[in-house]
Design a protein around this ligand. Structure first.
Ligand SMILES: Cc1cc2nc3c(=O)[nH]c(=O)nc-3n(C[C@H](O)[C@H](O)[C@H](O)COP(=O)(O)OP(=O)(O)OC[C@H]3O[C@@H](n4cnc5c(N)ncnc54)[C@H](O)[C@@H]3O)c2cc1C
Length: 182
């Protein structure tokens, strides 16, 4: 559907013998290692969502300023202005959540819930922003010759990969419910 610049394939290990020295971490510690690695990846997915959303926003903004309908640039219509305003709000909020998770990670704090929040919000935002960018470009938005339809297909992956957003919501809820300070 998208992300064709990144090749994705199944990896199968069949009858693969390893020595004890090949073990990563301690015995039984694999889940913690993969959980930490996924949490870090979620900050990256959040950051990629911000980048993708920003590009889609700029394409939509530029088109809205140039496209003339009924004798006016479509950017002068309030319906288009509201879409651009919402895109801008979602982008700013996504950027802050991603930054907050990254700062927590750099500071050695437990950042897993912050990473889940950043990934979920920013990818949902990128989906909305890219879909609205297609809407602002109208029929051209649906054509392969313009880039926004590709951005929309790519945004979908960010809601799925590195743990779906449904799973992120479960993780966020678990973090909230196990906290003792509220
Ligand atoms: C392009 C691409 C690249 C990928 N790259 C990698 C990679 O590099 N490494 C890697 O390990 N994986 C990779 N994946 C896999 C990706 O992480 C999984 O597809 C993703 O985690 C979802 O798992 P699933 O496909 O098994 O969906 P499923 O778990 O079958 O989920 C299907 C649906 O059910 C929902 N669901 C499942 N369980 C629950 C639940 N408990 N509560 C509520 N809803 C639930 C999901 O949210 C989803 O909507 C990649 C996938 C794609 C498409």
């Amino acid at each position: 559907m998208g992300m064709n610049g990144s090749s994705t394939t199944e990896l199968t290990l069949d009858n693969c013998m390893l020595s004890i020295d090949d073990m990563i971490g301690g015995e039984g510690g694999g889940f913690d290692i993969i959980a930490k690695s996924l949490a870090g990846g979620r900050i990256s997915v959040g950051a990629m969502s911000v980048g993708l959303g920003s590009r889609a926003f700029l394409e939509a903004l530029s088109y809205a300023r140039e496209r003339i309908q009924f004798g006016r640039a479509i950017s002068s219509f309030q319906a288009i202005q509201f879409m651009l305003a919402d895109m801008s709000v979602l982008l700013e909020a996504s950027r802050l959540l991603v930054r907050q998770a990254a700062v927590a990670r750099d500071g050695g704090e437990d950042y897993s819930a912050a990473a889940s929040m950043a990934k979920t919000f920013a990818s949902d935002a990128a989906m909305k922003i890219t879909t609205d960018a297609v809407q602002i470009l109208g029929g051209y938005g649906y054509l392969r010759s313009f880039k926004v339809e590709r951005y929309m297909r790519q945004a979908k992956l960010f809601q799925i990969a590195e743990g779906t957003n449904e799973i992120q919501r479960l993780l966020i809820a678990k973090a909230i419910l196990t906290r003792s300070d509220h």
